[in-house]
Every structure is written in C-alpha cells, then in structure tokens.
Design a protein around this ligand. Sequence first.
Ligand SMILES: C[S@@+](CC[C@H](N)C(=O)[O-])C[C@H]1O[C@@H](n2cnc3c(N)ncnc32)[C@H](O)[C@@H]1O
Length: 437
Amino acid sequence: MFLRSLRPWGKMPGRNTLIIPRVDLTFARTAARSSGKPEFRFKTRKVKTPEQLRAEEEQKKYEEAVNSGSWIRKYGAIVDTFEFNRKATKYYLALYLVFFVYGIRYFRKLYERDVEKKELLEKRDSGAELSEWEKLRLRELSGDLIRTSDMAKLKAYHELREEWKKTHTSPEDYFNPAPKEIEHLLDTSYEECILPAKDLTEFYDNVAEKYDSEISTEEMLSFMGSKRKWLMSHCKGDVLEVACGTGRNIKYLDPTKIESYTFLDTSAKMMRVTYDKFTEQWPAFKKVKFVVGKAEDLLDLQGDQQVKYDTIIETFGLCSHQDPVKALQNMMKLLKPGGRIVLLEHGRGSYDFINKQLDRRAHKHSETWGCRWNLDIGELVDASGLEITQEKRSHFGTTWTIVAKRPGDVLEFDELSFLEKYFIARKTNLDSSLPEK
Ligand SMILES: C[S@@+](CC[C@H](N)C(=O)[O-])C[C@H]1O[C@@H](n2cnc3c(N)ncnc32)[C@H](O)[C@@H]1O
C-alpha cells in the first residue's frame, strides 16, 4: 500500500511532464496498545507542486479545445502538444526529403529541356532542315500554341520516344524519326467527326424569330454576357461586326468611342432583328450600315471603295461559315494598320473527354443549331495568317476569346497582362521552328 502510494512517476496523457508528489511523512503516536509498547504509523499527505498544477491546467485547456467543436481550436491544440511536435520532426524530415528528391528531378528535367531547346535552335539557325519531330518539339519547348492536328502528332512522337528510350540508353543516341514511323500511333479519328461546311443562310432565316428566346437561358447560365461585354469594350473608331445575327452585342455598345458601325450577316431575317434593335436603342446614331452578305465575299461586297476598319468583331460566327479561313483573311485585309480583330467563338475544348462528346454529338448539334461546334478555332486563325495577341479559353476550353492583328503590326505595351509584362513569355501562334526574320 505504501509502495503503491509512493509510485508517483507517470505521464499525464498528451503531456511529458513528470508528476512527482511530495510525500509528507508524519509520525503519529497512537494510543498505547495493550502490550504497553508505543505504536507508530505513517500518515501521508499529497501536496501538488506548481508544475503539477500547471500540467493539470494545460490538460484541462487541451481537453476543452479538443471538445470545443471548432476545428481550428482542436487542431491548434493538437499541433501545440509535445507529442505532436516530437513526431512532426520526423514527418517534416520525410517531407523535406521527398521535396528534395523531387526538386532535383524537376530541375534536372528543366535543364535537359533547356539543352534540347538550345540545340534545336542552333540547328534551326544554322540553316539545316529540321524534321517534323524536331519542329514540333521545338515549338513545344518554346511554349507555342499547338493545335489539334499537331498535338496528335506530338502525342504519337512522344509515345514512340518512350519505346525508343528502352533500347537506346547511350548519350550518343539521337531520337529523330521520320513521319511515317508514327503512322501506326497517330489518332486522327476526330477528323471524321468534323462535318463538311454548308451554306446556312436559309437555316438562320428560319430560326431568326425564335433565336433570341432559345439562346438566352443558355447564355445567361454560361455568363456569356460578360464575355460579350469584354469583346465590345475593344470597339473603337470604324467598326465592322461580321455574322452579327440578331445583334446580341448591341446592348454592350459604347457609341462615344465609335466613329461608324457596319453590321454584316448572310441572313436577311437575322439582320432585320439587328436593325430593329439598333434603331430602337441608338436612334440618334446615324453612321451605321446593315449589309446582307457573306464574310467570304467581303472584299467583293466592298467593291472599289475599300473601307478599312479599326476594329472587326465576330461572335459565334466562324462555326457557321462555309470557309472560315477565307472569312478571316478577308477581315485581315480590311483591317487598318494597328487595327484589331476580336473574336468570341465556340469550338474544340482543351480536354479529350470534352472533345469526344463534341465529336460524338456533332451531327445532333448541327441539326439543332446549324453550326459545327467541334472546330479548332485556333487552327483556323493560324491558317488565316493572323497573329494572335491574346488567346483565352473558358468552359473547359470550348469558349475562345481571341484578339488578333495583322502580321508585323506593333503590339502595344498595354495589351500585355501584368504577368506577361514582367514575368512570363506571351503565348503566341508564331511558329518558333521557323527562322527568325
Ligand atoms: C450562331 S449565329 C451567331 C449570331 C451572333 N453573332 C451572336 O453572337 O449571337 C451565326 C450567324 O452567322 C451568320 N452566318 C453564317 N454564315 C455566314 C457567312 N458566311 N457570312 C456572314 N454571316 C454568316 C448566320 O446567318 C448567323 O446569323
């Protein structure tokens, strides 16, 4: 009994404080027994030390925090315990090690990419012919915007390279396959899902009356209003709107920045709705034209007096054109020096799972809305020869906002984002595999 009461060393749960009770031994004389001999017994009284009291107080606070119901208090208290800190050192060390190893691998890869890019640039600048793989790899390493067909090739080349690496381990080995070597790996099945273009004049004549009511909910749910507003904020000087439809951009128009405004659409009935909207909202604005015709015929429509524009805009029109590349080339020809083409379009997305859906339902969409919703918009702009100054994508990459200029025109400092001005390289559709001019 005495020994048990003297066994004071133990840990408070969650604490490392040793509790050492001070034992006060008092000898008390008891009443004389019948033997006549005096008898003594120990009387112990435990007195708590200040450390003990502090430990108890801390334990109480800890339990209060853990049971408080607030996860911030709970985890704050756990993190504050000695036990946690003792174990945490181990975890921190393990974590540090993982980051260290990962960091070394990451920086080694960066270095290898840099060396590879430098060698390819040297080869390009020496005037030697680059193979298809080398061109694509140089574009990839330079951060160029790479479109669907090139992306598919690049993917096939990478697959082939992984295989090749297994049997070629010497530093002297150089991977440089011919295009036919990737044929069996190349997936071009998406090409069959791109429907042939057709004349949609009649289709849009037929839907003109219900177009606004049918599209407005979808646009509201996808916050398209703010994108249209962004597009219209670029309009200044002489403006041409191609494939204006029912004039859904009119409500974001700021006539104080606009000299003249020309609407163009192939459907006379869609144009009628635009006319009514415009004249109702801006009755005093007289420098406006409503032209019924095709974007592909823009130059012919102009005749001898080739009017040029400061801003040419188009929203959700490229998917409906018979020849979208020609339409863009016409727009470029009608751009004043320093002018900009601003596009808000829908097309292929940035993810395979989205593109598979777009491809699978291309027919259905075309029947309902007339247009081809699985085109790579960037590919069309690249093919037209326009230089992209800004390209952003949203809704899994299916909504494209693009600002483009004539090749060679100066890029204004204000057109760069803060990051592009000071930290990161601007993404362009310029081809890094071509020799610098
Ligand atoms: C999907 S609607 C877009 C209408 C409008 N821009 C908007 O944002 O709601 C496509 C429009 O492009 C027009 N369009 C189709 N092909 C055209 C072409 N080749 N030239 C000019 N307009 C065309 C159609 O008449 C239709 O009004």
